[in-house]
Design a protein. Structure first.
Length: 300
């Protein structure tokens, strides 16, 4: 399955275990580490543009760092993977730290990842308010990462190494987490009642921590299905009695005249509605009648 199809089955209430026939946990009782890279090297090409060569160097560095870590990697290792001399490598990079920056900026935090993760978790209500759905956002992250195990392994190894303040990635990972939250809290998430900014921050931290931990276990067990396991997590993180109607942009009925602004983290004043009702006056002109989207009762 594509992952997105898995999500649709999960939303339909069907048991999803990806390609694994076993119902329940997909983790093995006798796990073996996931085979992330094949033994196949890079195709040797004499004529390449500078951009093509840099792209090849970044891919080679990903492979070496994922196998040896940043401290264990040498520029000679990267040059050997590409098929050039270490001296030739310096025509394209300034230093080992420069190569690390290229790896993280070009390979992991890519525009392609942002496009996949954010686009399909965003919907628009009848009054034109753009709202993002957090459970779908989390699922998109997992689905995308399941397709790139080499990058997940790279990120996981560097994240662990970077706990040391002397590691060149230390400030990057600290800054990345802070920058990530600044972006997340500025977005108009469609949230159930009771989720103010502080509570949503804890939910975000919980989900990102669960995702990181699950990915570590997935890397250590080649038989595990990352997407199916995350959906099992989702049952606990986003219980239907609380999150029904707040899971996915498809929860917005295109034929409804509802305004959902008061459910937005931003358009709701940063308080995620608390105990407010959908309203027909004030911030928007929609009707108060809930025609197509079923929101939790006020007592939830």
């Amino acid at each position: 399955m594509t992952g997105v199809e898995d999500w649709n089955q999960y939303r339909a209430g069907k048991k999803v275990v990806g390609s694994c026939p076993t119902v329940g946990s997909t983790f093995s009782e006798n796990p073996r580490a996931r085979q992330v890279f094949t033994g196949k090297g890079f195709t040797r090409r004499k004529r390449m543009t500078a951009d093509e060569r840099r792209d090849q160097i970044v891919k080679a560095a990903v492979k070496v760092i994922a196998a040896k870590g940043f401290w264990g990697m040498s520029l000679q290792d990267v040059a050997d993977q590409v098929g050039i001399t270490e001296a030739a490598l310096y025509h394209y990079i300034d230093s080992k730290n420069d190569l690390f920056s290229m790896v993280m900026e070009q390979a992991y935090d890519s525009p392609e990842a942002d496009e996949f993760i954010y686009k399909t978790c965003t919907g628009t209500d009848a009054d034109g308010h753009s709202l993002l759905f957090f459970p779908r956002f989390c699922a998109n992250n997992v689905i995308f990462n399941a397709r790139r195990p080499e990058m997940v392994k790279l990120f996981s190894i560097l994240n662990g190494e970077a706990l040391s303040p002397s590691h060149p990635a230390h400030r990057y990972f600290i800054g990345r987490n802070q920058k990530f939250w600044q972006t997340i809290k500025s977005l108009n998430w469609c949230l159930p009642r009771g989720y103010d900014l502080d509570r949503f921050h804890h939910m975000w931290m919980l989900c990102m921590s669960a995702m990181d931990g699950l990915q570590y276990r997935w890397l250590a067990d080649g038989s595990a299905d990352l997407v199916a396991e995350w959906f099992a997590f989702s049952d606990e993180l986003f219980p239907q009695e609380k999150w029904h109607g707040f899971m996915d942009p498809s929860d917005i009925d295109p034929d409804s005249e509802d305004c959902l602004a008061s459910y937005g983290l931003v358009t709701g004043g940063g308080q995620a509605v608390q105990d407010r009702q959908l309203r027909s006056d004030g911030v928007c002109g929609g009707t108060a009648a809930a025609k197509g989207i079923h929101r939790p009762e006020d007592s939830k």
